[in-house]
Design a protein around this ligand. Structure first.
Ligand SMILES: [Zn+2]
Length: 166
């Protein structure tokens, strides 16, 4: 099983194909970077998507960059996602992982190249909802141990179903 992340309209690379294990790692490192810098409602909704990523629907949780609820403020939104990936590339928070992610830099580098070549198009009725509205406070509460959003399914680094045994 695998998950396909795409950017069909990118002038850069157009896809990132990850195994289920690779997908968990990808969302772990994005969440570690995102929770520390997200401020606006849109930014917090994006990071929540990563925090809850691949918890249900194993093997079918890839998405296309066009599916993100881009708004008229997309230049700032794209810049934030780029900043988030850049922070993840510095291995931010990886000391909180109980495993070594040997391929994560490769995943993040390619995802960043996909984003760089992509020009977002605002979507009036995004299927993921209106990210200009703040997420419920309970969802962005942080785990005491890992300082990550608990989201719908609890802190992902505390989730024994997706983390290797300590
Ligand atoms: Zn935790």
């Amino acid at each position: 099983m695998a998950n396909l992340f795409t950017a069909d309209d990118s002038t850069g690379p157009r896809y990132l194909d990850l195994t289920n294990g690779g997908t968990d790692v990808f969302y772990d490192v994005l969440t570690l970077a995102g929770c520390v810098i997200a401020q606006t409602p849109w930014q917090r909704n994006l990071v929540l998507r990563f925090a809850d990523g691949h918890r249900l629907g194993r093997g079918c949780d890839g998405f296309d960059l066009a599916e993100l609820p881009w708004t008229g403020d997309w230049p700032a939104e794209k810049a934030f996602l780029d900043q988030l990936i850049a922070l993840a590339l510095t291995r931010h928070g990886w000391d909180r992982l109980n495993y070594d992610p040997p391929y994560a830099i490769q995943y993040l580098t390619r995802f960043r190249e996909m984003l760089a070549g992509y020009t977002p198009v605002p979507e009036p009725t995004p299927k993921w909802g209106d990210w200009r509205l703040p997420p419920a406070a309970a969802l962005t509460a942080e785990c005491d141990t890992h300082s990550l959003y608990v989201g719908e399914y609890g802190c992902r680094l505390c989730d024994e179903y997706i983390q290797p045994p300590p």
